[in-house]
Design a protein around this ligand. Structure first.
Ligand code: URA
Length: 267
């Protein structure tokens, strides 16, 4: 369970009169809290105002998301390599996920590959290491790739979001919209011929649609990323979902075979 620091701060100021810090931490541990978001240590000074009253209205959130998105789009134009883009993304302040993440996680693998895999967002291990798909899902993905004769030297693997959402929560629509220019720019730089979207969030965000995985995985999509450049996109289950639902692995295997067949027929 994750507890935002702001909540801890809020609760702790109310509790510190009566309990010492050790007792409070014990209380949180016993309640199942094993993670906080943000690197700021506990703060014991009283909050100046109730954070619930300082939430911006939905309309101003939408406005700030659209200007952050515009800003992300503009700054991406300056990048001509993944390294340059990484620096730009690391310096971008328009998405609050960056504040709670340990690292900005860009793509792993080969930026000159013809094949791109796109996941949702870094998890805990990716956040700590700064590398995409290195945790449990990544280890399963490596095995699935190996089963169709691929490894990370032949694939560029990235995510819709470069920052881990706290506690692995689902990203909001605004967070996805703000970060999409970074994904589009990665696609433009890598210029893949084939994309495998891992999970419905990745596929729907990339293709700007809203279908279930059972509908998404049944056909190929085109993704145009320049006047004359198109990648063929297939969607399949996210490896994290397969870890939770192993019975779906056979469908995923069928998708991987379909993906591999298309590549081998065109090479
Ligand atoms: N899940 C993802 O979608 N991406 C990662 O990098 C790790 C887990």
């Amino acid at each position: 369970m994750i507890l935002p620091n702001v909540f801890i701060t809020y609760k702790m100021t109310a509790m510190t009169d009566k309990l010492n810090i050790k007792e409070i931490l014990q209380f949180y541990l016993e309640s199942g809290v094993n993670e906080t978001c943000g690197s700021t240590p506990f703060c014991l000074s009283p909050l100046t105002s109730d954070f619930r009253q300082t939430r911006p209205a939905a309309s101003s959130l939408a406005l700030s998301a659209s200007s952050a998105m515009q800003n992300a789009d503009n700054i991406c134009a300056q990048a001509s390599s993944i390294e340059e883009l990484k620096k730009i993304v690391e310096n971008f302040d328009g998405c609050s996920l960056k504040n709670t993440a340990a690292n900005t996680v860009m793509g792993d693998g080969n930026p000159e590959a013809e094949i791109m895999f796109i996941g949702e967002a870094p998890g805990a291990e990716e956040d700590l290491s700064g590398r995409a798909f290195v945790g449990r899902s990544g280890r399963l993905l490596d095995k699935m790739m190996a089963a169709i004769g691929l490894d990370r030297s032949q694939v560029y693997i990235c995510n819709i979001l470069p920052w881990r959402p706290p506690g692995n929560r689902s990203p909001s629509d605004a967070e996805i919209a703000v970060c999409l220019p970074f994904l589009r720019k990665q696609i433009e730089i890598v210029a893949p011929r084939y994309i495998l979207a891992l999970g419905a969030v990745a596929a729907n965000s990339l293709l700007n649609i809203g279908d279930t995985m059972s509908k998404l995985r049944s056909h190929w999509f085109d993704y145009n990323f320049a006047a004359d450049k198109t990648a063929k996109v297939l969607a399949t289950y996210h490896p994290a979902y397969l870890l939770r639902t192993p019975s779906q692995k056979s469908k995923s295997w069928a998708d991987f075979l379909r993906f591999a067949k298309e590549i081998s027929q065109n090479n």
